[in-house]
Design a binder for this molecule. Sequence first.
Ligand code: ADE
Length: 241
Amino acid sequence: MLIDIITIFPEIFDFYLNQSLISKAQKKGVLKIKTHQLRDFTNDKHNTVDDKPFGGGRGMVLKFEPLYKAIQKIKNQKLKIKNTNQKLKVILFSPRGKKFTQKMATNWAKQDQLIFVCGRYEAIDERVAKNLATDIVSIGDYVLMGGELPALVAIESVARLLPGAVGNSESLIGERITKTGGFVEYPQYTRPEVVCVDKKGRSCPPNSSTKQKCWRVPKVLLSGNHKKIDEWREKYSKIIS
Ligand code: ADE
């Protein structure tokens, strides 16, 4: 999969995308992520990407033309590599968009290429949403300063679904996937069976003082009774779809 990100802050992505699993997925060739500086698609000497809104009002609006040129260039580059019917989405991040869900991530993971458009300033010229974007997406009912974090959120959720991206594929293709492609998330515990803290909040071994507080793993998970374990997990599950 190829992900192209159009942004005026490509540096935001540099550190994050070079960490852990995302970086490994890129090294394995499962995923390629490219950032594009929107200012490189301007003609004036100040590399202006924004302007005042028609009709007045506060703030600045990201201009249509640099975004149009950036998207066109990315699409043409793609055509140079492979002239096939590739599955492509142009995603514009905006608090006004459709809420991002696991189902959306699953659908995006089946695409060949995603172009992420990260807005900044007060708004983006509406002609981008109307004519260039295939999807307008929000990561939640709150307003961020730009689309860079939403793009990173989307990259995380899509990358872990790509075949070969996550080492321990158990967690993805095992029994925690539902028939409809959603995920079942239930509480998990690991060793030790008991953790204790003393009255000063220091970690301590069990039964080392009368005033200690201890937290135990639910007994059923230690029982070896898989029917009961499954029932317990079902009771405490949340389905994310
Ligand atoms: N840009 C600003 N806020 C956003 C949000 N909640 N989701 C997506 N893009 C945004």
